[in-house]
Design a protein around this ligand. Sequence first.
Ligand SMILES: C[S@@+](CC[C@H](N)C(=O)[O-])C[C@H]1O[C@@H](n2cnc3c(N)ncnc32)[C@H](O)[C@@H]1O
Length: 423
Amino acid sequence: SIEKVGRGAGLEAHQNTDEELIISDSNHWDTTSLGGSILNQEQSPFLQPPDSSPNASPGSNGPWTHDPICTEYRPALNSTLCVYTDTTFNNGRGISIFTTPEIASQIADTISSLKAAEPLSIQAKTHPWTTIPVPNKGIGVIATEPLSRGDLVSSFHPYLVLHTENILSTTDEREKFLRLAISQLPKSSQEQFYDLAKMFDDERLVAQDVVKSNGFNLDVGGVVHVAVFPEASRFNHACDPNAQYYLTPDTLSHTIHATRPIQPNEEITISYTTPFRSYAQRQEYLKTAYDFTCSCSRCQKGEEADEPLHEINRIQSILGDWIPRDPSTSTESSAPSVRLAEQLIRLYQSLGLEGWLDYAYGNAALMYNSIGSIRGAKKYAHLAAESAKLRYGPESGDVAAWKTFEGDTQGHWSWMIRKSRPI
Ligand SMILES: C[S@@+](CC[C@H](N)C(=O)[O-])C[C@H]1O[C@@H](n2cnc3c(N)ncnc32)[C@H](O)[C@@H]1O
C-alpha cells in the first residue's frame, strides 16, 4: 500500500542539526506480509465465509447497516477485529471497515459527522481527468483540462479501511474477513474493487492482492490502517510526479493536488516512494512492493540522476547547521547562504520534486531570517506554507507553523542568528 507519513519536517525540524536529510517517507504496507506468504504458505482450504454466529455483537451501535462480524478475541491486540459496513455512506457507495470495536466506534462518529457535512469538493463526475490505458502501466489518469500548481485534482473517501494487523493467517482468516467486508458493499463498489490492479496471479488471495496493490496507509485511532480509494488507485507512480497527495484521517479522505502545470492529455502521477532515495533504492522498492520497473524521466537517466540528490543533501546539511563556526574556515560553497538556499529550491525543481518544496522553501525562509531579511523570510515562509498545504493538507501543523513564522519572523529563534557570519 502507499503511505504518506506526514511527519512534519517543518520549523522544529530545522532546529535539529541531526535531522535526517530524507524529508519525506512514503512507506508502504508491510511488503512482505503478502508476497512472502503467497510464495511460502501452503494452499489454503477453500475460503469459507467467517462464521457470523458466535462473535457478532460488539460495536453494533453506529451507522452500520449490517451486524458486525468478528474474529475471536486476540490477546495480541487485546481485542477482537470486526467487519462493519455502512452501505449508505458516500452517496450509496458504501464503506466497510475491519478493525477493533474501539476504533470502529471512532470511525462511526466520523462517518456520522461526514454524513451531516458538505460532500467532498470533487466527486466522481466533476474531476479534471479521465482514466485510460497507458503503455506499460495498465490504466492511468490523464488530465482533461490544463491544471496549475495547487489545483485540486481529486478528493475521495475510501470504501475499505482495514486494520494492518499481522496476526491473522494470510491464506485463511484475513482473506475471509476481507472478502466479507467487500461482499457487504454495494454491488458496483464490489465490482470496482475487484477490477483494480493486482500483482499476484493467485485467486486465493485476490482481496489482499488488490489491497496491497492499491491501499494507502491511514492512521486511525493511533493505529495504521490501510484504506482503498478506488479513484486514487488509478494514479500511476513517477519519481518526478506532477501531483502530490495527502490523507486526512479526520475526514477519511485522500486528496491530490497538481504541483506544477499539467497539460490536457498529460498523465497525472504521484510518488509511491520517497523520491529522495537513490535510483537503485527506488527501483528495488518499486519492484518489491509493486512489481514494476519505473521508467519515469528521472529513472531513464539512471544513477546519473543521483548526483543532484547528493548535492541536495550537501546543501541541506549546510543550511541545517546552526552551530556558529569560525567564518575564516568557511568557503563560499560550504557556508550557509541565501545563494545556497535558492540553489536548493532550483535543485528540487530540476528533479521534478515540486511536491516537496515546503522543505526547500522553509530552508530559504530560515536562511533569510537568520541574516535579518524579513522580506525574504516572509516570502519563503509563505511559499513553504502553500507547499506544505499540498503535502500535508491545510489543517496540518506545518502549515500553521509556517504561517505563524510568516506573521512574526523576528520572534523565531532563527532571527539574526547568522548576522555575524558570512552570507
Ligand atoms: C495503484 S496501481 C496504479 C493503477 C494501475 N496502473 C491500474 O491499472 O489500475 C499500481 C500498479 O500500477 C502499475 N504502475 C504504477 N506506476 C507505474 C509505472 N510508473 N510504471 C509501470 N507500472 C506502473 C504497477 O503495476 C503497479 O503495481
